[in-house]
Ligand binder design. Structure first.
Ligand code: FE2
Ligand code: FE2
Length: 162
């Protein structure tokens, strides 16, 4: 116990934040992967490709977070993964994705502030990079959800075929 604590070069609070964020990334990875598969199955190839890009991005993010945890002398022990609700329609998928992104962003806000306070600027910069990507994802989700609202789900989905 004592030996492993002395090997920890980073602040345990930072390592805990990184692990918590890792659990969001791994949850996002599985959720977007499933949504990509469902979109493709329904014939919405454009959406499927976009979801593919998001699950692939989460893998890269997770790898960076894991590398940082190990660099700090910590262990990658993300919290139990959240259950994935396989949303039954595209609008529901996008709404679920938006909820997850929002939760991740709330977590990041506190994590970035703690890294700043604890003077771990490398971890802070990494999490700021993650937050920028979450913001981009959120912007895209909001555009799609606004389109669904404007066109109605039927017309929106019609426009996604082919
Ligand atoms: Fe994410
Ligand atoms: Fe991410």
């Amino acid at each position: 116990m004592k030996r492993s604590a002395s090997r920890l070069r980073g602040d345990p609070v930072v390592v805990a934040h990184l692990n918590e964020y890792l659990s969001y990334e791994l949850t996002g990875h599985r959720q977007y992967l499933i949504h990509a598969g469902m979109c493709r199955h329904w014939g919405f190839e454009r959406l499927a490709k976009l979801q593919d890009a998001y699950w692939a991005e989460e893998v890269q993010h997770a790898a960076k977070i894991i590398a940082r945890i190990l660099m700090l002398g910590g262990a990658a022990t993300p919290r139990e993964l959240r259950p994935i609700a396989g949303a039954a329609s595209v609008p529901e998928q996008l709404a679920l994705d938006r909820t997850l992104v929002m939760q991740a962003m709330v977590h990041l806000q506190g994590a970035i502030a703690d890294c700043e306070r604890l003077a771990d600027y490398v971890s802070r910069d990494l999490l700021v990079e993650m937050r920028d990507d979450e913001e981009r994802h959120l912007d895209w989700l909001d555009i799609e959800l606004a389109l669904i609202e404007k066109l109605g789900p039927k017309n929106y989905l019609q426009s996604q075929l082919g």
